[in-house]
Design a protein. Structure first.
Length: 218
């Protein structure tokens, strides 16, 4: 299924009232058709099913989704990249970076950080890129770097996590400080003593939001 066909399908299920609510939730930054998540997933299933057996990544499809004025299509693109995760390679980080810096907001960024996280786990050389992102001028690249190890448990690269968070101490941006808190909170389920010690050592530099989120399970 190409993007034009999918757009026709989505338009057939458009809901102006739902679209208004979705748009408001995203602070009126993006246009929506009003296709809720379960329905969006069902309508995009043919494309994602084909992706799971594809021999290569269809970056034209991804870009066409990203170019769409409707936010649902950026979600489809993230779902597609998840479906072709096994095909992604370190060289694709440049393409992912462009996506992360275009139409950026927490919703697509939090989807891309999972894609990036799996890529970095499979190819450790990606860690150097993420360390660079952790001090980038773009807050969304920083957020991906901070949270890309969520859910790794004992596979977490603790040294990398620490270096990335240290690169962001003293930041005033909400989305950065929230990400730090999430990263610490998530890893506290695996190594609470390390997280407790980290917060103790850096409490004066950590934002109260980061401390509150990071201490939730301690």
């Amino acid at each position: 299924m190409d993007v034009a066909t999918m757009l026709t399908e989505f338009h057939a299920h458009a809901d102006a009232e739902k679209a208004a609510g979705m748009r408001a939730y995203m602070r009126d930054q993006f246009e929506f058709l009003g296709v809720p998540t379960p329905l969006r997933r069902r309508l995009s299933q043919p494309a994602l099913a084909a992706a799971r057996t594809a021999a290569s990544v269809d970056w034209d499809f991804v870009q066409a989704c990203w170019d769409s004025p409707y936010r649902e299509f950026q979600y489809v693109a993230v779902g597609y990249l998840t479906a072709v995760q096994r095909l992604l390679r370190p060289g694709d980080m440049d393409r992912i970076k462009v996506l992360a810096q275009t139409k950026s907001w927490w919703d697509t960024i939090d989807g891309l950080d999972r894609v990036v996280g799996d890529l970095a786990l499979a190819f450790p050389e990606v860690n150097a890129v993420l360390l660079g992102w952790s001090s980038h001028d773009d807050i969304w690249l920083r957020r991906i770097a901070i949270d890309h190890q969520l859910g790794r448990k004992r596979k977490t690269d603790r040294a990398l996590l620490e270096r990335i968070i240290l690169n962001n101490l003293g930041h005033t941006e909400f989305f950065i400080n929230k990400a730090i808190g999430w990263a610490l909170r998530d890893y506290s389920k695996t190594d609470p003593e390390w997280v407790r010690g980290f917060i103790g050592r850096h409490r004066s530099e950590l934002a109260p939001l980061s401390v509150r989120e990071g201490s939730k399970y301690l």
